[in-house]
Design a protein around this ligand. Structure first.
Ligand code: FAD
Length: 271
């Protein structure tokens, strides 16, 4: 941290290099110094305890994907990480790198937002924790300050009995998502007790839908409910158009995916 502080704006942290090095190849960024945090063992690993999982920033996507603890206690994270890139990239790319890079089409920032994860950072002013809802500020932009490094991310467990769904559409498996969506649902008998929703790839950051989530409480767990809630969620979306798809296409796909993940999460939940 002190080294980063000394080097100032001209230095960048190098984690797995799977986003930073391609950006340097394209001359989209040209830092004068790279500070490699790959040798810091304390930043690696999955720890359980309290109400969730704490995953070190330098834990690779592959380690998350293969972790028995993650598979047992937070299978939605194991599922989400399988959508990240291809095996060689997952072997080097890191959880902390993905969170700090904050690509709006990336899976792990979206999952962090869906689950209400907390990002721990250390910097010149000492350590602090940042709720994911305050961490992602815009396209490749976070609330990390100069010289701050993500040290770990804490993912709370799902509520008892809650179910989940996570899916995305990409041109090829392993490409960044054109659009993706996730849901967590708790049931009370045949109705929704609590709903959380996220979409990604449709704006500068992943997005939650607080009003729609609140409106879902007490609704019956039926296809008509998912359709109505998804329609309400996408009505306010203003996705970008690019060579992969138009704004209208992305909005349509977001609605379809939201319906799917709500249905899956509801079926997965224990009443
Ligand atoms: P790096 O590339 O080392 O760093 C990325 C940025 O984050 C840099 O600005 C760096 O300074 C900063 N940074 C890194 N770690 C920290 C830290 N601990 N604290 C503060 N700042 C930090 N990602 C997806 O999510 N989904 C995909 O589908 C996907 N597909 C890909 C396909 C290809 C072909 C490639 C090359 C990459 C793809 N990625 C995808 C990106 C991949 O997941 C990266 O691993 C990830 O985005 C960045 O992690 P990294 O460890 O490689 O970080």
């Amino acid at each position: 941290m002190a080294l980063l502080d000394d080097l100032g704006d001209d230095a960048k942290v190098l984690a797995g290099g799977q986003s930073l090095v391609p950006m340097m190849n394209f001359r989209l960024t040209s830092p004068a110094h790279l500070v490699d945090i790959g040798g810091i063992a304390e930043l690696r690993g999955v720890r359980t305890g309290g109400d969730g999982l704490t995953i070190g920033a330098m834990t690779t996507h592959r380690d998350v994907e293969r972790s028995a603890v993650v598979a047992d206690t937070l299978p939605v994270l194991a599922e989400a990480v399988r959508w990240v890139a291809h095996p060689p990239i997952r072997a080097r790319g890191t959880l902390g790198g993905s969170i700090a890079h904050a690509d709006p089409a990336a899976e792990l920032p979206a999952l962090a937002l869906l689950l209400g994860a907390t990002v721990s950072a250390a910097g010149p002013a000492g350590p602090r924790t940042i709720p994911s809802s305050a961490f992602f500020e815009g396209f490749l932009t976070t609330s990390l300050g100069p010289g701050e490094v993500v040290t770990d991310v804490r993912f709370p467990h799902l509520p008892e009995g809650a179910g989940w769904g996570f899916v995305e559409v990409a041109r090829r498996h392993g490409d960044f998502a054109m659009v993706g969506a996730g849901a967590v649902v708790s049931r009370r008998a045949d109705t929704v007790a609590e709903l959380r929703l996220v979409v990604f790839g449709v704006g500068g950051t992943p997005l939650r839908f607080t009003e729609v989530e609140e409106a879902a409480a007490g609704e019956p767990g039926t296809d008509a409910t998912w359709r109505a809630l998804a329609a309400r969620a996408v009505a306010g979306l203003d996705p970008p158009s690019d060579l992969h798809g138009t704004a209208a296409y992305r909005r349509h796909v977001a609605g379809v995916l939201l319906e799917q993940v709500m249905g899956r999460a509801y079926e997965d939940a224990r009443p």
